[in-house]
Design a protein around this ligand. Structure first.
Ligand code: HEM
Ligand code: CU
Length: 445
């Protein structure tokens, strides 16, 4: 296929997709994608620290055609804490691009690939620990249209399922850190469409008018569960099974594998609210996997009649009870005593360190060393201060295990570093060293 000209790809946040490719010739397509780590709401009053491609979960939708030569620019926002990369299932090449795209905060990586096979493909981060990066929201879809484009439809939407693992149970209020153990056991607290409970309900529902044909680009980021995707009260006229060429017709429920997709199409013949679910049904009513399609138009009594009772398919506990909100935490009062330092440090730890060293300082085997009972930590506070101030790389041994990775320098004040390290030293069986701001100032040099 001949490649003509050059253009910048339009990217969209879910549930929307870029304009169809139509008849355009294959081209050099420039994709500019920025990774952002950001706090969001998993459910009412439940905060979660998402890692995103382009600022949304799932990440920005990329639309290309077969024969396009993609020049992919992956940026890692300077405020981010971690290195990331991208593996696109549409890529023919090592790691799907992951081997060429590992990028540190504040940097950009560029790599090129040609779209050989049409289809709907998942992309995701593949940085160790891979499961954790995916579990935090690092996935999205890239559509490679065939020559001449897909048949036109009236409405197109972008939905992706994902399972989330939090320290607290479903609905538990406040900031909820990622829970590695639940993730390994494949026991999610949340199973949701588009990154959170309620991303596609109420006034965020997707919409159509009676008589229109709706196409949903449906993906599943996992990391663990496969989805039994179903729309209550509709039948898929057409399904591109697993996002490929094979078309199945008249389908009730279609399987969307973790790291896979499906394209479903159906004409909406009657008005009403149609509920999208993962038909592994406890996930829908008890873990969040519910969306809504609202169809407007005149009744069509020959197809359906009856009185409609609203609210039959609302999630159980859908009205999460509000816990009293925490009173505003006193702002940056100087922590003078050790207990005050520990308290302030715990808060900093939860914002800054836990992503890697985990909530109980246990670390993650082969990736992030433990801070709990760490011989490396306890041997030398100056070395620990240096690690936080300037970062740490190269081989180190912690409790008999070797680590050879990179910790980025943490952008914190002397006092914050003193507090967070005092918290760490006074937790999880460490030796209770008191780190003070002047000690940190000394090391800053
Ligand atoms: C190593 C503390 C944030 C990744 C260490 C060590 C300490 C430490 C004391 C030395 C080894 C040990 O005792 O286990 C902290 C504190 C943090 C923080 C207090 C927050 C203020 C982070 C973050 C990451 C990270 C956000 C992930 C990007 C690492 C890695 C090593 C390490 C990979 C090993 C480096 C190597 O192999 O040379 N950290 N850390 N740390 N940390 Fe952190
Ligand atoms: Cu990542």
């Amino acid at each position: 296929i001949k490649v003509e000209g050059e253009m910048v790809a339009e990217l969209t946040a879910p549930p929307f997709v870029p304009k169809p490719i139509g008849n355009r010739a294959a081209t050099k397509l420039i994709v500019n994608m920025e990774i952002k780590e950001m706090e969001g709401e998993m459910a009412d009053g439940v905060k979660y620290n998402y890692w995103t491609f382009g600022g949304s979960v799932p990440g920005s939708f990329i639309r290309t055609r077969v024969g396009d030569e993609v020049q992919f620019h992956l940026k890692n926002h300077p405020d981010n804490k971690l290195p990331h990369n991208i593996d696109l299932h549409a890529v023919t090449g090592p790691g799907g691009g992951a081997t060429s795209s590992l990028v540190a905060p504040g940097h950009e990586k560029v790599f090129n690939f040609k779209c050989l096979n049409p289809g709907l493909y998942v992309y995701h981060c593949a940085t160790a620990p891979v499961g954790m990066h995916i579990a935090n929201g690092m996935y999205g879809l890239i559509l490679v249209e065939p020559e001449g484009g897909l048949p036109p439809v009236d409405k197109e939407y972008y939905i992706m399922q994902g399972d989330f693992y939090t320290k607290g149970a479903y609905g538990e209020q406040g900031s909820q850190p990622f829970d590695m153990e639940k993730a390994i056991k494949e026991q999610p607290d949340y199973v949701v469409f588009n990154g959170k409970v309620g991303a596609l309900t109420g006034d965020k529902s997707i919409t159509a008018k009676k008589g229109e044909t709706v196409r949903i680009y449906m993906g599943n980021g996992g990391p663990n569960l496969v989805s039994s995707f179903h729309v209550i009260g509709e039948i898929f006229d057409k399904v591109n099974i697993e996002g490929g060429h094979l078309i199945n017709k008249d389908v009730q429920t279609t399987l969307v594998p973790a790291g896979g997709s499906a394209i479903v199409e159906f004409k909406v013949d009657v008005p009403g609210t149609f509920i999208l679910v993962d038909h592994s049904i406890f996930r829908a009513f008890n873990k969040g996997a519910i969306g809504m399609l609202k169809v407007e138009g005149e009744q069509e009594k020959t197809i359906y009649s009856g009185t409609v009772q609203e609210g039959i398919y609302l999630p159980e506990g859908g009205t999460i009870q509000n816990m009293p909100k925490e009173k505003g935490v006193a702002k940056s009062t100087v922590a003078k005593t050790i207990p005050e330092q520990v308290k302030a440090g715990k808060e900093i730890y939860g914002r800054t360190c836990f992503a890697c060293h985990q909530s109980e300082g246990q670390g993650i085997p082969n990736a992030f060393p433990p801070l709990a009972k760490s011989d490396y930590l306890n041997a030398d506070p100056k070395r620990a201060i240096d690690a936080v101030l300037h970062g740490l790389s190269g081989e180190i041994t912690v409790n008999g295990k070797k680590y050879n990775s990179v910790m980025t320098s943490q952008n914190l004040t002397d006092e914050e570093i003193a507090n967070v390290l005092t918290y760490v030293y006074n937790s999880w069986g460490n030796n209770k060293t008191n780190v003070t701001a002047p000690m940190v100032k000394n090391q800053r040099g």
